[in-house]
Design a binder for this molecule. Structure first.
Ligand code: G3I
Length: 408
């Protein structure tokens, strides 16, 4: 079959789909939100548009990851074995099975979106003193299994817990319990886990790891411990270390130091997750260099959260801190944004194809611009009505005719 590319792709005999075009290279995945998995209207999305998002998902992608619903704060908002809200994650795993999609789990241990109780000492003072409960967004029903964020939603996510702290042993026990329960529940269903997310420091300092409650309470070996627990919970799962900004040489150096250290200790880390929240200034050369260096670690590379910011405010770096998001989507789009986006995507995918022996998975961070966390930066391949953009055609063109591989 000849693949039709270009603006008329949709009108061709057989529609060109991402998953078909890349089937001999790597699965093509996307982050999905709760309404896509559970139906109905969603955050900033009518039921009709949500249905159209699901149709695009089924047509073009063969791998999914929960954009939010497997984060600690959503899946395990309350302490104890009855403190889990599994319904949205269960829906995702069932959706994937019904639609023959692979699943990545995001994420087991992260400094962000972790409820305060996780870090609290056994006998902390009453909540009002130092450990305020999260403030819920207006309209949040707090009901598990609804289409909204459940109890323990995002209200308290960014404030750092300042109350009395758990001991190292207490926190390790909570981490172990969480990982065994969550990874254990989805054993054989979630193929790959982001075991530790964003543990690396930013900036130009000499620290490898960022300072977080995990690193302060447990110490730097919290990373190794998390991988050991995850391996015990699901020995078949591919265990990934996941971070952003790895296109930046200073951050990449830290990644290489961390992974080498884990490898020296025989810690079961099986893949590098490179988020790739990049911008339209990103070239083939930048991505080529980044992949070449990461590949020296000898592990598969998964591109885990790809999007390409077209907003003026986002052209300076490759950060993905949620707290900085507003600034990175300000200032309107760059001039000639559609073309610049297409050119950037073309270069980025050419690099993925060049490095297909290392790149085993490519996941975009959202189906279309409207549901993106950086909606104002119009960073994805489909517009808010699920029409393929020039960047979609560019991606297809970057790859037609290349030979193949699979995820591990
Ligand atoms: O759904 C609620 C809605 O009911 C409420 O009215 C509204 C009010 O603000 O909030 C909505 O929840 C938001 C949720 O995304 C769903 O859109 C939260 O406020 C918001 O904080 C949350 O942000 C997510 C962010 O991680 C924080 O966890 C983004 O969707 C998600 O794309 C982003 O993903 C991260 C990866 O996990 C890790 N790497 C970086 C990446 C981008 O920041």
């Amino acid at each position: 079959m000849l693949l039709a590319v270009g603006p008329n792709a949709q009108a061709a005999d057989a529609p060109v789909t991402l998953k078909d075009v890349f089937k001999d290279h790597f699965p093509i995945g996307t982050a999905v939100n709760r309404s896509m998995m559970m139906g109905g209207a969603g955050f900033r999305r009518s039921a009709e548009l949500n249905a159209s998002d699901v149709a695009t998902l089924k047509q073009h992608f063969n791998q999914i990851v929960a954009e939010n619903d497997m984060k600690w704060q959503l899946i395990h908002p309350r302490e104890g074995q009855d403190g889990y809200d599994f319904a949205p994650a269960d829906a995702l795993v069932n959706f994937a099975a019904s639609n023959r999609m692979e699943v990545a789990g995001h994420t087991l241990v992260w400094h962000s979106q972790t409820p305060n109780w996780v870090f609290a000492g056994t006998n902390p003072p009453p909540p009002s003193a130092t450990n305020p409960p999260p403030a819920f967004a207006a309209g949040n029903t707090n009901a598990p299994g609804t289409n909204r964020f459940g109890r323990g939603g995002f209200g308290g996510g960014f404030g750092r817990y300042t109350g009395p702290r758990a001991s190292r042993d207490e926190l390790l026990a909570r981490m172990s319990n969480h990982i065994h329960t969550v990874a254990g529940r989805y054993k054989g269903k979630v193929k790959v886990w982001d075991v530790v997310n964003e543990a690396l420091a930013d900036g130009q300092g000499t620290n490898v790891l960022r300072t977080s409650l995990w690193s302060e309470i447990i110490g730097p070996d919290f990373v190794a411990k998390a991988f050991q627990y995850a391996h015990a919970a699901d020995p078949q799962a591919i265990l990934r270390y996941n971070d952003y900004g790895l296109e930046n040489p200073a951050k990449r150096k830290r990644l290489i130091a961390l992974i080498k250290e884990l490898q020296a200790q025989k810690i079961p880390v099986h893949a590098i997750g490179s988020q790739a929240h990049v911008n339209v200034a990103t070239t083939f050369e930048t991505m080529d260099q980044s992949l070449t260096e990461m590949a020296t670690l000898g592990l598969p590379i998964h591109i885990t959260e790809l999007d390409v910011n077209s907003a003026q405010g986002g052209q300076r770096g490759f950060g993905a801190n949620v707290a900085d998001n507003a600034a990175t989507t300000q200032g309107g789009l760059v001039s000639d944004a559609d073309k610049k986006l297409a050119d950037a995507y073309a270069g980025i995918f050419r690099a993925f194809v060049k490095h297909r022996d290392s790149v085993k998975l490519v996941t975009l961070w959202g189906v279309n611009d409207a549901v993106s966390w950086r909606a104002q930066g119009k960073p994805l391949l489909f517009d808010g009505e699920n029409r393929p953009k020039a960047a979609f055609d560019a991606v297809i063109r970057a790859t037609v005719g290349e030979p193949s591989k699979s995820i591990r």
